[in-house]
Design a protein around this ligand. Structure first.
Ligand code: UT7
Length: 334
């Protein structure tokens, strides 16, 4: 029997129109373009301004973009996974609403939360469903409205994050393309260094928690930075070793866009030339679950059938890991 692998066969994306530039941030907090650019690589980020709209608004548009480009019938989708750290609401799955809105009426759906590693872990989950032979079309969306949990008076976080969404479709492949291997890690030591304290079961929302700004993201940036640099580089090196991949064998590094310096450190450890490292952090900042699919969407023209891609991410929890995947198609020229 031919082995079934799980291949990405289509991508889509959506970012809001509103651009929040470093120059505008300079008028909001004590920061400057030079500091943000040299310390993070970010120039601007997108913010969802539509009244009363959340993560599903962007997830739906990213999925619709994929459906339009690929020409698939949404009724054929078996499962919709929504990777997000900012669901529309704590209860009532954002994935379910999204699936219904895009016409995936024969699918079941659920959310997947692992902070900035949500989409990376989602790649693993989606692939496993396909490899098992259980489902034929799995839609994995990464969408986050980070602006809903950011304190725009806190310069330690407001300069980093942005809003956006991306989507990929997984289908069975019999040519050995698609998902090859994963090395996923997590460590609860990270809980203290990157969190939203209130609004969960330990500290439910109250007047006090709102007053104390405990519904916003708080991070000890320097500590997270240190763990991120070593964590992402370690797993990327490990997955190369395990699959006997040399730096020449790797065509692309698709890494979580949290800080250009973290991406560079990972690429250096892998021995990769700059031209193989996909970067769009300057345009979007850290969009949490959307960074990886936004890269695939922005650079879809460059990816060629058979290319070896290493995905890597690091996020709150801590959660981190690397995935090795072979790209499965050449984009049709319009
Ligand atoms: O995606 C989830 C995982 N998250 C991450 O991977 C984020 C990891 N962390 C980082 O990317 C970095 O730690 C930050 C970008 C958040 C901060 O960069 P840093 O190089 O760690 O800066 P720092 O916090 O150590 O601060 C260095 C200096 C300080 O001044 P002094 O004490 O040296 O005089 C800060 O007060 O920079 C100052 N500073 C700023 N200056 C201008 C801190 N934030 C800012 C700012 N604008 N926004």
């Amino acid at each position: 029997m031919t082995k079934i692998t799980a291949a990405i066969t289509a991508v889509g994306s959506y970012v809001p129109d509103y651009v929040l530039s470093n120059q505008v941030l300079e008028t909001m907090v004590d920061t400057n373009d030079e500091w943000i650019t040299t310390r993070t690589g970010i120039k601007e980020r997108r913010i969802l301004k539509e009244e009363g709209q959340g993560t599903s608004f962007m997830a739906i548009r990213a999925a619709q973009n994929l459906i339009e480009k690929s020409g698939i019938d949404p009724k054929e989708i078996d499962l919709v996974l929504l990777a997000t750290a900012t669901p529309d609401m704590p209860v009532a799955s954002t994935a379910v609403y999204t699936a219904t809105q895009i016409g995936a009426t024969n699918a079941f759906a659920y959310d997947l939360q692992a902070a900035c590693s949500s989409f990376l872990y989602g790649l693993s989950t989606a692939s496993a469903y396909i490899e098992s032979g259980r489902y034929k079309k799995v839609l994995l969306i990464g969408s986050d409205k980070m602006s809903s949990i950011i304190d725009y008076t806190d310069r330690a976080t407001c300069i980093i994050f942005g809003d956006g969404a991306g989507a990929v479709l997984f289908e069975p492949n019999t040519e050995g393309l698609g998902f090859q291997d994963e090395y996923l890690r997590s460590d609860g030591i990270g809980r203290e260094f990157l969190k939203i304290e209130a609004g969960g079961s330990i500290l439910p929302a109250s007047e006090e928690t709102v007053k104390n700004k405990q519904h916003f993201v708080h991070q000890d940036g320097t500590t997270v930075f240190k763990y991120a640099v070593s964590g992402m580089a370690d797993v990327s090196e490990k997955i190369m070793e395990r699959n006997k991949l040399t730096k020449e064998d790797v065509n692309w590094l698709v890494a979580h866009q949290a800080n250009k310096r973290i991406i560079d450190a990972t690429a250096n450890r892998m021995g990769l030339d700059e031209s193989k490292v996909l970067v769009n952090i300057q345009k979007y900042g850290n969009t949490t679950s959307a960074t990886l699919p936004l890269l695939l969407s922005d650079f879809e023209d460059s990816l060629k059938k058979g290319d070896n891609i290493i995905f890597a991410a690091f996020g709150g929890g801590f959660t981190w890991g690397a995935i090795y995947l072979k790209w499965a198609y050449n984009k049709q020229k319009n």
